[in-house]
Design a protein around this ligand. Structure first.
Ligand code: CU
Length: 110
């Protein structure tokens, strides 16, 4: 009987932890971002430094930005908008021609 009680307690603790974790507002998304080189990487990652974003990594190989953020403070949309504003196209937002044209030659991906 004692063992059963123990197991029920453990089970409830486990279920509760999982439920708490699932309700977390932290999200990790992978966003395709156009770019070429390591200066693009620096520019893109710098652009993602907005409130709510805790981690961002863009790869010159895969052109994928893996970003972790608090969905209560920011959104995938806002991150894409910010990245596009510094000259890098995302699926949802295209960089302004003016901003794009001002990028260094090595960063021209179009
Ligand atoms: Cu570049």
């Amino acid at each position: 009987m004692k063992t059963t009680k123990f197991f029920i307690t453990v089970l409830f603790t486990f279920v509760f932890s999982v439920a708490t974790f699932a309700q977390s507002s932290m999200k990790t998304d992978t966003i395709k971002v156009s770019g070429n080189c390591s200066s693009c990487e620096a520019r893109i990652e710098k652009a993602t430094k907005i409130p709510g974003v805790t981690k961002a990594d863009w790869s010159t190989k895969t052109k994928l930005l893996v970003v972790t953020y608090d969905s209560k403070k920011t959104s995938n949309d806002a991150i894409q908008k910010k990245v596009a504003s510094v000259g890098h196209d995302t699926p949802k937002y295209k960089a302004d021609k003016k901003v794009y044209d001002a990028l260094p030659g090595c960063c021209k991906y179009r």
